[in-house]
Design a protein around this ligand. Structure first.
Ligand SMILES: [Zn+2]
Length: 305
């Protein structure tokens, strides 16, 4: 009678030894267009996903260049998480080159996180592409608004669950734990921002409006006259006049934008220019979603004091 149980024991041991390898092989291979989504997909997917981003946080996402390395990453992907609202339209070109049916538009593995997001700055008139406007559907830079993380992570949970239905409870549990932690931080951030509530700032490109609005700050203008077009001298003269008149002390500049120009404008206006993290990994010490928001909150709370 002992022999069979020994055999069973041996099988169990063998399975236990194999288990990590089996699990590793089962991980969903997820590619994301921008690093903010890498951090959020990892928060939801945990050990069940392996996430790779197509861009870095120091880049201008509107103008990401589609390279062969992108297509290589996409070729083996089970899922592609994209921002949408035309921030990362270039993903379509990269997907075409990757020739991977899992992630073509409409496939189960294509996950768009702008679903259900109330977009700001939606143009009230038809946008003519020749004007170079890069926000034709509304402002697409919402991913770093912690108040929208519940919607974004829900879209990720739903998308990953389409590919791995059995893991939905785990994705949901991970999401809840992440949102709980984010909620705690949010309480602290709100307190930190309380003294500067209502303060006005100018941004180079309009990619902080969601974040500013969330914390009760006001973006009174941008250095660009139109999103994505280099500022015209006439517009800068006007912005400088406005900044002086309204006592605006802060210009926020993306890591990829012309900091020297912003500094010159700030000097003229009696203000100061600051590089903020326009994405996860945009500046040093912003390796994940929460650290990035922490950086921006701290920057603004100090700059506006
Ligand atoms: Zn933009």
């Amino acid at each position: 009678m002992r022999r069979p149980s020994l055999v069973v024991g041996a099988i169990v041991t063998t399975l236990a030894l194999l288990a990590p390898g089996v699990q590793a092989a089962k991980k969903l291979r997820v590619v994301v267009t921008i690093p903010d989504l890498k951090s959020l997909t990892e928060a939801v997917g945990g050990d069940l996903v392996e996430v790779d981003a197509l861009t870095r946080g120091t880049q201008n996402f509107h103008e990401a260049e589609v390279r062969p390395s992108m297509m290589l990453k996409l070729r083996r992907a089970d899922a592609l998480v994209e921002n949408g609202a035309e921030l990362d339209l270039w993903a379509d070109v990269a997907v075409l080159g990757a020739n991977n049916p899992n992630i073509v538009r409409g496939a189960a593995g294509r996950i768009e996180i702008s679903r259900g997001i109330p977009l700001l700055e939606v143009p009230s008139t038809r946008v003519d592409r020749s004007m170079g406007d890069v926000h034709p559907l509304g402002n697409p830079h919402f991913s770093l608004d912690p108040g929208l993380a519940p919607i974004i992570t829900q879209n990720i949970v739903d998308g990953l669950s389409r590919l791995s239905p059995d893991d939905r409870p785990t994705f949901e549990r991970n999401r809840r734990a992440f949102l709980e932690r984010l909620g705690e931080e949010m309480g602290r951030w709100t307190k930190l921002m309380e003294p500067v509530r209502g303060a006005k700032v100018v941004a180079y490109h309009p990619d902080v409006i969601y974040f500013l609005t969330r914390f009760g700050l006001v973006q009174v203008g941008t250095l660009e006259d139109r999103p994505g077009i280099p500022p015209s001298p006439q517009h800068l003269v006007q912005i400088i006049r406005q900044m002086k008149a309204e006592g605006i002390k802060v210009i926020l500049v993306e890591p990829w934008n012309d900091f020297k120009l912003a500094q010159r404008v700030a000097e003229e206006a009696g203000a100061k220019a600051y590089v903020f993290a326009s994405a996860v990994g945009g500046v040093k010490g912003t390796d994940n979603y929460i650290a990035t928001i922490e950086f921006n909150v701290t920057l603004l709370a100090q700059a506006l004091k």
